[in-house]
Structure formats: structure tokens, C-alpha cells
Design a protein around this ligand. Structure first.
Ligand SMILES: *[C@@H]1O[C@H](CO)[C@@H](O)[C@H](O)[C@H]1NC(C)=O
Ligand SMILES: *[C@@H]1O[C@H](CO)[C@@H](O)[C@H](O)[C@H]1NC(C)=O
Ligand SMILES: *[C@@H]1O[C@H](CO)[C@@H](O)[C@H](O)[C@H]1NC(C)=O
Ligand SMILES: *[C@@H]1O[C@H](CO)[C@@H](O)[C@H](O)[C@H]1NC(C)=O
Length: 179
């Protein structure tokens, strides 16, 4: 059985086809593994001399995603403020103080709305301010055979490998059958 499968594969299926098929199945999986943890500022982190408006531009933030702020805990902090205070860099009455003291703060984006973050201690004036709009997740794509294989892993990111391995296995099997 095993030997037969191998022979069928090696004799008639170009490897690039297999690869393409696998990539395609993984792509189909992506909408299900949708919760994203955004490292604010990318490699720069939460820092001075960086434009967070530019950073956020073109990104989609969805309900269920997280922001991850990494910074110098001795200098900056992470405060959520309203729009007025975001614009004026006023840190006197934050809506939420996300600073934990470790210089690594995680903010769950669990409400569909605008969020405004600034660093206090004067750094907001230097550009440490971030405004984002959190959207609802787009509706899932039309049912695919792969989707039905992993119905319980619908939104959270932790169990990332399982469904993919699962899907690849399944895709592989059907692929062998097809050929
Ligand atoms: C933001 O909060 C300040 C102070 O609490 C208040 O004066 C201002 O009107 C608020 N702005 C918005 C847009 O809610
Ligand atoms: C925010 O919380 C941290 C940790 O509890 C605290 O050290 C800091 O003073 C707070 N900052 C503000 C502006 O409330
Ligand atoms: C969103 O997350 C915050 C912080 O963990 C929590 O306090 C709040 O209850 C959550 N809101 C919703 C609507 O889940
Ligand atoms: C960031 O860039 C935008 C244009 O993309 C500009 O309007 C804004 O003033 C810049 N912000 C800072 C703090 O330099």
C-alpha cells in the first residue's frame, strides 16, 4: 500500500504541483487562524523616531486581535486615551493604563471601535501615538472541504499547527486519490 502510493506519486505527479496544492490548502486555512498579534512598530517596537500612523496604514485590525507593545520600561508607557487626548497628547486622564511595568504589554482588541494609544512622559509629542480602527472579522469564505475538517478551531491562534497538519494530510490523501 505504502509502496504503491509512493510509486504513483513519483511517477506521475510533478513536485511543483504537489507544492502548489499544499500552499493552496494552507491558504484556505488562513481565514480560520485569524487572530493576529501585532507587534506595534514591527522591529522598532514602541519607540521614538517612528511614525505609527504610517505603520498602521493599510493594516487591518480585527476584533480578537492583539497589540503587543515592546519598549523601554524605564522611559515609556502605554496609555489608552480618547480621541481628543490622542490629538493633544494629553496623558492626564487615560481611559486605560495598559502599562504593566515589564515593558511588554499586550492589549486585546476585543471591541469593534477606534482605539487611541499614547505614551505619556512627553513621548507622545515625539510621535509615540497610535490610532487604529478595529473591525469585525469579515465573514468566512464559502465552505471548503478543508474547513469542515476542523470546525472547532475557528478563531483562536494557539492551535496553529494542528489544523494545518491535518489539512495537509487530508489534502495529500485526496490528492493521491485524484491522481
Ligand atoms: C476626552 O476626555 C476629556 C477629558 O476627560 C474630555 O474633555 C473630552 O471631551 C473627551 N473627548 C472625547 C472625544 O470624548
Ligand atoms: C500605569 O500603571 C503602572 C503599573 O501599575 C504604574 O506604575 C503607572 O504609574 C501607571 N501610569 C499611569 C499614568 O497611571
Ligand atoms: C475586553 O478585554 C478587557 C481586558 O482584558 C476586558 O476587561 C473586557 O471585559 C473585554 N471586553 C469584552 C467585550 O470582552
Ligand atoms: C506620520 O506620517 C503622516 C503621513 O503618513 C503624517 O501626516 C503625520 O504627521 C506623521 N506623524 C508624525 C508624528 O510625524
Amino acid at each position: 500500500m505504502e509502496g504503491m502510493k509512493k510509486r504513483v506519486l513519483s511517477s506521475s505527479v510533478p513536485p511543483t504541483m504537489v507544492l502548489l496544492f499544499l500552499c493552496f490548502s494552507v491558504l484556505l486555512m488562513l481565514p480560520m487562524v485569524s487572530a493576529t498579534r501585532f507587534m506595534v512598530g514591527g522591529r522598532m517596537g514602541w519607540n521614538t523616531n517612528f511614525n505609527y500612523t504610517t505603520w498602521a496604514k493599510g493594516k487591518h485590525f480585527y476584533n480578537g486581535d492583539w497589540l503587543f507593545f515592546v519598549y523601554d520600561r524605564n522611559q515609556m508607557n502605554v496609555l489608552e486615551v480618547n480621541k481628543t487626548d490622542y490629538e493633544s497628547c494629553n496623558s492626564d486622564h487615560p481611559l486605560h493604563n495598559w502599562t504593566t511595568g515589564a515593558g511588554r504589554d499586550v492589549v486585546p482588541l476585543n471591541v469593534t471601535r477606534h482605539y487611541y494609544f499614547i505614551s505619556g512622559k512627553g513621548f507622545c509629542y515625539g510621535g509615540m501615538k497610535l490610532a487604529i480602527h478595529v473591525e469585525n472579522l469579515p465573514p468566512p469564505p464559502k465552505a471548503s472541504p478543508i474547513k469542515s475538517l476542523a470546525p472547532t478551531l475557528s478563531s483562536k491562534g494557539h492551535i496553529f499547527l494542528m489544523p494545518i497538519v491535518f489539512a495537509i494530510g487530508a489534502a495529500w490523501d485526496s490528492f493521491i486519490y485524484l491522481w
